[in-house]
Design a protein around this ligand. Structure first.
Ligand code: ADP
Ligand code: MG
Length: 265
């Protein structure tokens, strides 16, 4: 079953002096129930635009997005967004922050409170539920933001570079927490990341976008077991091959074959 689907999506923005910028062109793919897909591509190729279209914040110029088979026609409550910045409200405790989306959606308060406590427990924040965001470390705040994203029990999680503002070791722990949660709750997610290793170890598939206008130029199926154990996946010998292919697609790094070709015979 398809949780999220893009069909022939093109997005144009008004640029400077009446020019039009085509951010993405004819993008189509779907994310199945319980699947995690990473989206990688150069800056400005339209990754965030795609998430904004999936969440209903932007209406595409052409094509359409579907969530659970229904066409996305405006901000929709079956989708939850998480960004690089945790965006926790400073005047609310951690638990109150986790409950924010459930209040906006008017979900049952008692059930939501139980769910928030369970999530905070799962993210090792149980003891901190009455603290305020400024009393927590960056990694803890991102875990709280993740708990808030999950508290509304969304059909689809849209994660836009969620870990890019934390240090490398915190990031590894957050990847572990995220992977565990996604697998346990059988959640569907579309993740944007610039970190090729992160894309490989967290995903079932990685989609590569071209530079603007962004199109999907490659799809790599990650054939490594244990998606709930990114630490284990990290050590799998197949990882290096996937990363090499991603680097080639993104045109990153040295090209020994080309360099050799330039040398006089
Ligand atoms: P990415 O997330 O891959 O870095 P974005 O989706 O943010 O890229 O942006 C893709 C292109 O669309 C960029 O050229 C950006 O300037 C443009 N763009 C994105 N959002 C808007 C907007 N609201 N108005 C005008 N141009 C936009
Ligand atoms: Mg972006």
């Amino acid at each position: 079953m398809k949780r999220l689907e893009y069909r022939n999506v093109t997005m144009r923005f008004a640029g400077a002096k009446g020019a039009t910028v085509t951010a993405i062109e004819n993008v189509g793919f779907s994310v199945a129930d319980g699947e995690v897909i990473s989206l990688i591509g150069p800056s400005g190729c339209g990754k965030s635009t795609l998430l904004n279209i999936g969440s209903g914040l932007y209406a595409p110029t052409e094509g359409e997005a579907y969530v659970d088979g229904e066409r996305v026609e405006g901000p929709n409550e079956h989708v939850a967004f998480m960004l690089q910045k945790d965006l926790l409200l400073p005047w609310r405790t951690i638990e109150q922050n986790v409950l924010l989306g459930t209040e906006i959606r008017k979900l049952d308060p008692a059930a939501s409170r139980q769910k928030a406590r369970d999530l905070l427990q799962a993210f090792k924040l149980g003891e901190f539920s009455d603290r305020y965001p400024h009393q927590l470390s960056g990694g803890m705040r991102q875990r709280a933001a993740l708990a808030r994203t999950l508290a509304v029990d969304p059909s689809v999680l849209l994660l836009d570079e969620p870990f890019s503002a934390v240090d490398a070791q915190t990031r590894i722990m957050l990847q572990h927490d995220l992977a565990q949660t996604l697998v346990k709750a059988n959640k569907t997610a579309l993740l944007i990341t610039h970190d090729l290793l992160e894309a490989v170890i967290l995903s079932d598939r990685v989609l590569v976008m071209s530079k603007r206008p962004g199109r999907i130029i490659d799809e790599i199926v990650i054939d490594i077991p244990d998606r709930d154990h990114p630490l284990k996946r990290r050590r799998d010998p197949k990882v290096a091959g996937y990363i090499a292919r991603l680097m080639d697609q993104l045109d990153i790094g040295e090209h020994p074959a080309q360099d050799q070709a330039k040398e006089p015979a």
